[in-house]
Design a binder for this molecule. Structure first.
Ligand code: ATP
Ligand code: ATP
Ligand code: CA
Length: 218
């Protein structure tokens, strides 16, 4: 059976989630208080309804507890976001993802039982900053305060060299998890594979180690 999602709040964030889920063939109920926005998503989502998610009876009549995953993408109105989340938790929704506006908002959401809190503006800012600082960093995923996964573009310094030549794990404490070359991805590269300029290396390690390696080799 198809997974059923509900997206509450059809701003840029909620709207893009809604579109992407629909494109992936999921069943999506789109909810917003704003009729214009709901109309805009009538052809995108499976169903689109005008409703106020802070109204408990409305949520019940939509059968919100039967959805596999509910995304709360209410932006500026933090009070509505918190109240909505609380009622979803009370009604026993299995997966609740909420967009946080700031750190305090995030803290409250975690306390009241949101299963996942996302911070798209902050996280995207961090990723873009990494991109801007080093032109070889293509993408960046923070695993914790200290550890990350980064995508690095191989340049002339490493061209023609093997992982053994570069001795990456021993010298920098980082692990190359995969190498993308054009359309092919080698997910457990052997130590004697030669790197080529333009290869994309997916590297996991401590931020300080990744930084050292980046400066020395990329
Ligand atoms: P984004 O940055 O994703 O564009 P935003 O952070 O600017 O969004 P808002 O525009 O404040 O967020 O809110 C997103 C949507 O949530 C709006 O379309 C708004 O109408 C809707 N919304 C706000 N409160 C409720 C509510 N109680 N029930 C349903 N929808 C709501
Ligand atoms: P180690 O004792 O470091 O695990 P090893 O005895 O398993 O090394 P090889 O697997 O042949 O020897 O690798 C030699 C060196 O090549 C490693 O010490 C490491 O520095 C580097 N290396 C090999 N594979 C990777 C990888 N996936 N990511 C980073 N460095 C690698
Ligand atoms: Ca916003």
């Amino acid at each position: 059976m198809k997974k059923q999602f509900a997206v509450i709040g059809l701003g840029r964030f909620g709207g893009s989630i809604c579109e992407s889920l629909s494109k992936q063939g999921m069943e999506v109920l789109a909810i917003d208080t704003n009729e214009d926005k709901v109309n805009r998503f009538a052809n995108v989502a499976t169903h689109a309804v005008v409703a106020d998610s802070t109204d408990e009876n409305t949520l019940k009549s939509l059968g919100i507890r039967n959805f596999d995953h509910v995304i709360v993408a209410i932006g500026d109105n933090i009070q509505s976001s918190i109240l909505t989340t609380l009622m979803l938790v009370e009604q026993g929704v299995k997966h609740i993802t909420v967009k946080a506006q700031n750190d305090y908002h995030e803290k409250v959401l975690n306390k009241i039982g949101a299963h996942k809190v996302v911070h798209p503006e902050r996280d995207m800012g961090v990723r873009i900053a990494h991109n801007i600082v080093s032109k070889n960093v293509l993408d960046y995923l923070e695993l914790s305060d200290e550890y990350s996964i980064v995508e690095l573009m191989a340049g002339t310094t490493v061209n023609g060299k093997t992982l053994i030549d570069l001795d990456i794990r021993a010298k920098y404490g980082c692990n190359i998890m995969a190498i993308k070359r054009g359309e092919t991805i080698d997910v457990s590269p052997s130590a004697d594979v030669s790197l080529l300029k333009g290869d994309i290396l997916i590297v996991i390690g401590a931020d300080s180690d990744i930084n050292r390696m980046e400066h020395a080799l990329f």
